[in-house]
Write a protein that binds this ligand. Sequence first.
Ligand SMILES: [Zn+2]
Ligand SMILES: [Zn+2]
Length: 376
Amino acid sequence: MAKRDYYEVLGVAREASEDDLKKAYRKLAMQFHPDRNQGDAKAEGKFKEVSEAYEVLKDAEKRAAYDRYGHAAFEGGSGGGGGSPFGGAGFEDIFEEMFGRFGGRGGRQTSGRGADLRQEVQITLEEAFAGTKKTIRVPSSVQCEACTGSGAEGGSASVTTCGTCRGSGKVRAQQGFFLIERTCPTCSGTGKIIKNPCKVCNGAGRVQRDRTLNVTIPPGVEDGNRIRLTGEGEAGLRGAPAGDLYVDIGVKTHPIFQREGPNIMVRVPLRMTQAALGASVEVPSIDGGRSAVKIPAGTQTGDNFRLRGKGFSVLRNSARGDMYVQVVVETPQNLTPRQREILESFEVEAEKGDTSSPESEGFFAKVKEFWNGVGR
Ligand SMILES: [Zn+2]
Ligand SMILES: [Zn+2]
């Protein structure tokens, strides 16, 4: 999409004074501010556009560069700033500078924010089915109690605003006509300087401590699912917001059941006589119950029987998948003399060709065709 002219965006003439620009921006920014247009993507887009235009035009040097080169003056070379020459961080900051913060927003301070943490939790397939609660220990840092997170001895009394960045946490430097924004080296981006650092946390405002957390794992989770616990990550530097905690779910393989999405597979061995004569077998289900499955006479290895609604739970849904019982016909070993005798007479009968063996018939028909084909 082509970028609109900054003057056009603000609705001012090219020779507009600094005051005119400020008035125009103030009016439009108030109108399109995200806090007044919650969930309105169009208004948010307008707000960003207006803020970006003002950010450039309010600065005499940038305005001169823009007048001369247009948008090209700020394109490329700024290092992944998402298309904005200010690394994407600029517009809210300038807005807050002008109007103060809107209530309830809590400030969108990005510097010093605590790191996101990742923790893995292993659960069984039964737990994934029914949902579960897990207590996890997170090696983390928490807000220092001695200084209530300020990092200053005896509270926030000895905290002063950083003189290098005047509290913004960022410094800007001109390189050619690119304006580069960096984290302030004096205060590491916090915007504050501490004269008497807290002795407990050495001024960081946070201390290392393991935390225990209870995590609710909903029914139907799958191996590799991730749960985000907002604000449960590492504490922020000197009162900055905490990071988030990501809990990665690992589901252990089950000795009986195999999950396939909402369905469950279970392989059930069957004696060859049961398969031939038909039988009723009892199979376990994931909810701990048992179900009887009728096996008809003449069942083959690999035949599937479906049990509706006996499958897995589905995430955020009360429905359940199905269970598939797959039959494996087993050949007996270590026959007793009596069993051997019976099977030998069975074989004599089978040789007479009265029984139906679908696999063999198909196979031997193909073998006959093959021999005919090669002229044997
Ligand atoms: Zn600073
Ligand atoms: Zn402290």
